[in-house]
Design a protein around this ligand. Sequence first.
Ligand code: GLN
Length: 575
Amino acid sequence: MRGCDCVGVRAHFGIKRERWPHAFIRLLRQLIPMLSTSLLRRTIGTQPLRRFSTGTGAEKGMARPIFNESYTPISAATAALENISKYNKYLNAFVDVADPETVRDQAKEAAHRWEIGQAKSALDGTIMGYKMNLCTKELRTTCASAMLENFQAPYTATAIELLQEAGAITGGKANMDEFGMGSHNVFSNAGPTRNPHGIMGRAIETLDEVEGRSPGGSSGGSAAAVASNMCFAALGSDTGGSVRLPASYCGIVGFKPSYGRISRWGLVAYASSLDTVGTLTKTVDDAKTIYDIISKEDLKDSTCLTQRQRDSIEKAKKPIRDTKQGSKPLSGIRVGIPQEFNVTELSPATKALWRRGIQTLKDEGATVVPVSLPNTKLAVGAYFTLATAEASSNLQRYDGIRYGHQSEERDEKNALYSHTRSEGFGKEVRRRILLGTYVLTSGSFDNFFLRAQKIRQMIRRDFDSIFARPNMITGSLDGEGDASRVHALLTPVAVTAAPKLEDVVGDHIDPINAYMDDILTIPASLAGLPAMSVPFATYGDDGFPVGLQVMSQYGDEEMVFKVARIIEKKGRETL
Ligand code: GLN
């Protein structure tokens, strides 16, 4: 990156030791105007959209994971390919689409396996979408960056390999924010993705008249592809909320398992201590089906849980005793409502839906109690310090020499390296690298980076102090007997429904507003906890979807599925 003298940056801005997190926010505000704002606004505005089927994904039977006589891999593939050819031009969900003939051939083979009773798994013959930062041998892995515009990975990510072994067919590679940095899928070298809600069923010629909404990011392409039935399900990545936020905006289920559950091998790194492969599906059960297939030990990823660790997590879970002997689905389960998630930015409608979600859990037998996570307010500052620091280190490898874009500019003053990186990275990525490099400089390491690490520990401890089940990673103790401790948490995912694209992209937008969009998803990421966004309701005149977030203790994915199914069921009735 050209001109990044970080010691100089600190001196230039006269940054002194001051109280966290004000110093970090001030730093952000000072750095942002330095960066060019001209790269945005590209293709927005010309082809927006409207109304799409979401949530249940009933259109053309795409929601059913198990095929039957009238719904076969062949009919599903035909429907998916038809939707891609109809809507992808408007949505920009897939950047690369698989060869239709290959998809049809693979669907025929899967159909045959079903016919003779030799299906490879429940997913055999389903069409999958994969985020552009997951390596695949057959299509490009661009990370939505000019830096990797022509990158063809020599191998396939472990999670995708497992799905392919289970018979899943690759439908396409999905759009995203460049290297996973963003909340609205607008920082992509392939142009922004649009939210499909409200599109399905509309005449193609009228789509241009529809106002574009954010699909959420950074896995916006994966979410839009699922919500528009271009594929059965998709994989995304979630570093601070990138699977959950798009799921909420697009009205589908977004699941981020505990850190280390799914191998990161083949996932292009953004912030390695936070990156998690996640799923985007139409139902909670679909998420579980995919999760069961891809959540495996992988020796190629040293941060992936071993089978022994997985076994000990299960062994440490005590059965939940229902002292009141209730017979409802959630009898005996205690759900916490973290008071600090009631942030001022929450829209009144979101608050009302959250209350309705709480009532739903009570009606189904859960005991709902308020809980406190006092360090939540420090989470966004800590996240952006750690994520940018890790990103600045991870993205060093794009130097124009080993792989990726190489600048043709040569002059004496500026090296190949700086030209290459200035051309190859978009504005938001350059901003993050600048921030991250700054927080790692010797002068600010203690004040920013170490402090953010400590805050991360405090946030983990906050969660451990309210969960009844122990955390195998931090070694927290079992608190099953303590009635004030809970098994799961319920919060909103986002402060509002999907914003208009024109309100999230352009020179007039303060990027800190987008950073704040992750305020409700970041805490689970910092603590490595499993979290799921479940479509619960729609609001406003346009009826855009809103999700609720279910979180649980590290390793307790089953609890997330259990509570999420109840929210999903109630959501179905009202959506
Ligand atoms: N929006 C957050 C960021 O830009 C989270 C992104 C993600 O989870 N990949 O860092």
